[in-house]
Write a protein that binds this ligand. Structure first.
Ligand code: ATP
Ligand code: LTN
Length: 286
């Protein structure tokens, strides 16, 4: 039977948070036992925005240690630093010459991070071509990522198909594997924004190395709303829905059923903190 190849990447742009864990890393830890898996720390992606070279080096090592603590096992999967393999940058150029300006302009991550700002780096714009190179270079078929990467995966597929048509069958066409729950965890203080490593919102971000006390404090201060019922409605009630989603991503319960169990936000928040503390304890001890 043909072996299925998995590849995914993460930027060394700060401490890992619970969104990274539930949206991506948890799937990586699972996939490494099922598929031929490659995971890369994408330092070349992290230099597309303002950064300190010294911190980048430290963050790269720290992220590698955290990934090991989270359960990636170098005996069963390959973990590597993107810039150590020069073929990523080489293939990226070929793919920049395959993707179009229009396609890259439509990427929402680019629009959010810097469109219309003259001082942003050109690499922030061409970033999705480098991401496509990361994936296509390894002939990966499955790419476990959070929801925010769906559009980049669609572009990767389009570019692979176009390249194959022009130059001959070269690349496997990959697909994103996105978990049904926990694929877009929101910031606890600003529930309309995605929880993010580089957001400067430490009160809204649960880091995976946060102590139990810090987790309790952050969850208890999480923004909800003034409604008197607990309901799972991500569009209209993002704060409370995010808490329910956090809980369900850990327990695998159904969000609507969980909502029906609670009448008060305080009780729900206690369950969420308990679930997160129990999830993170083994990882923090290792
Ligand atoms: P940055 O803010 O520095 O861009 P990030 O926190 O968005 O970082 P990435 O390194 O870009 O993290 O992403 C690593 C993986 O984590 C990706 O698969 C991404 O989709 C996933 N991910 C990131 N943030 C979240 C989130 N809030 N919820 C679920 N998954 C997420
Ligand atoms: N763009 C992704 C990180 C990333 C990636 C990849 C994910 C770079 N290369 C290859 C999956 C596969 C992000 O910002 N989260």
């Amino acid at each position: 039977m043909a072996v299925i190849r998995v590849l995914s990447g993460i930027q060394p742009s700060g401490e890992l948070h619970i969104g990274n864990y539930l949206g991506a890393i948890q799937s990586w830890v699972h996939d490494q036992h099922e598929f031929d898996s490659f995971f890369t720390i994408v330092d070349l992606h992290a230099i597309t925005v303002e950064h300190s070279p010294v911190e980048l080096r430290e963050n790269t090592l720290r992220l590698a240690m955290t990934l090991l603590a989270a359960g990636l096992d170098p005996q069963v999967c390959t973990i590597f630093v993107q810039s150590h393999v020069s073929a990523h940058a080489e293939l990226s150029w070929l793919l920049e010459c395959t993707a179009t300006y229009g396609e890259l302009s439509r990427m929402t991550q680019f629009k959010d991070k810097g469109k219309n700002d003259e001082s942003i780096r050109a690499g922030l714009f061409t970033y999705p071509a480098l991401m496509a190179a990361d994936i296509l270079l390894y002939q990966a078929e499955r790419v476990p990522v959070g929801e925010d990467q769906r559009q980049h995966l669609e572009l990767t597929r389009d570019v692979a198909i176009r390249f194959n048509a022009k130059y001959g069958e070269t690349f496997k066409v990959p697909r994103a594997t996105i978990p049904p729950l926990g694929a877009r965890i929101m910031d606890l203080a600003r529930p309309f924004n995605k929880m993010s490593k580089s957001s400067n919102s430490s009160s809204g971000t649960v880091f995976i190395l946060d102590s139990a006390d810090e987790i309790v404090k952050k969850i208890s201060r999480a923004v909800t709303d003034t409604e008197s019922t607990v309901k799972y409605d991500p569009e209209n009630r993002p704060g409370v829905s995010n808490l329910i989603e956090l809980y369900c991503a850990v327990t695998r319960d159904d969000p609507n059923e969980v909502a029906s169990r609670y009448t008060m936000y305080g009780q729900l928040k206690k369950s969420v903190s308990d679930a997160l503390i129990a999830l993170l304890a083994p990882l923090q001890q290792s």
